[in-house]
Design a protein around this ligand. Structure first.
Ligand code: ATP
Length: 300
């Protein structure tokens, strides 16, 4: 559905994207991750035709990206682009008209979209009177009003409280299943990606560092679990852990170890026998660990 091939983009002397190639098959939800400045917004702007690549190609539904393919794309931008004084219904009508949707079809589609994002009872409410979560849901409704084949979600739940975030996640799941849309999602919320995405790409400085399903990416960390310790003698703990084949890592200020085998708690504690411990905690390998491994020097 979406193919980016050898994309290069520079701003002046600065390379924002270098030889970026990725492919998202139809119906897939793909999470594009990367630190600030990695090039995610540049990718979105290129796909939407707001920027021109220096070289490389973009194909949408097997057609080279052009003015004609724009109507296949729906975007939920990072910042809500809503007409504040217009009602939900009027906002949707405005965008539906831009896409040239005939009046008769338009009214039905607007109601469908409001229903899809649970805003039917707010149809007449001005956008400025909606909560932050409702405004995000209205932005999502606008992004899908013209039934795009490719939906781009740029940080869809940033700034929302946890309940509103769950609502948006549920809607995205529902929409992608029901309408079979292909989704490109960018976010800094790694649990959002774990919940929604079938495949994940991690970029940094405009280059794709790694890509695959969560299971594929887990291969980068050959551990059954990750153990974090608080200890007044970290050097002693690291030396001991290495004797047992545990790989040490620093995640922020946390001292952590990749533990290659699943151990009983008693056996795990035995491995640190004689080391002063203030606390010990066990964690599954999460996308957060994979992301840090790919993008930073987490090693000691
Ligand atoms: P964030 O997570 O902070 O939104 P991003 O991954 O979306 O970051 P981009 O906004 O695509 O990153 O930026 C990629 C690089 O290009 C950065 O180094 C940024 O400073 C640079 N850049 C982006 N837009 C411009 C511009 N208009 N002029 C000059 N440099 C730019």
């Amino acid at each position: 559905m979406l193919r980016l091939q050898n994309l290069h983009k520079t701003y002046g002397q600065r390379a924002a994207l270098s030889d970026l190639t990725l492919h998202i098959p139809p119906g897939e939800v793909y999470g594009l991750l990367g630190p600030n400045g990695a090039g995610k917004t540049t990718v979105i702007n290129l796909i939407c035709g707001l920027l021109r690549a220096d070289s490389g190609q973009i194909f949408i539904n097997s057609r080279a990206a052009s003015a004609a393919t724009k109507s296949w794309i729906g975007v939920m931008p990072q910042e809500n682009l809503l007409y504040r004084s217009l009602s939900c219904e009027e906002n949707l009508a405005f965008f539906a008209k831009i896409y040239g949707m005939p009046r008769r079809v338009r009214s039905r589609r607007i109601l469908e979209c409001l229903a899809a994002v649970n805003l039917l009872d707010r149809a007449k409410t001005p956008a400025e009177d909606l909560s932050g979560g409702m405004q995000r849901r209205l932005s999502l409704a606008i992004a899908i009003v013209h039934r795009p084949k490719l939906l781009i979600l740029d940080e869809p739940t940033t700034g929302l409280d946890i309940e509103a975030r769950h609502d948006v996640w549920e809607l995205i799941r529902h929409l992608t299943r029901q309408e079979g849309m292909t989704v490109l999602l960018t976010t800094h919320l790694l649990d959002e990606v774990e919940r929604l995405c079938q495949r994940i790409g991690i970029i940094k400085q405009g280059q794709l560092l790694t890509e695959g399903t969560l299971e594929d990416l887990r291969q980068a960390i050959p551990a059954q679990e990750i153990v974090t310790l608080e200890t007044p003698t970290p050097e002693a703990a690291i030396a001991r852990a290495q004797v047992h084949g545990f790989t040490p890592r620093r995640y922020g200020s946390d001292l952590a170890f990749w533990v290659p085998d699943r151990l009983e708690l008693k056996d795990l504690l035995d491995r640190f026998d004689g080391i002063a411990l203030d606390s010990i905690a066990r964690h599954p390998v999460r996308l957060e660990h994979i992301y840090l491994e790919a993008t930073t020097k987490a090693g000691l």
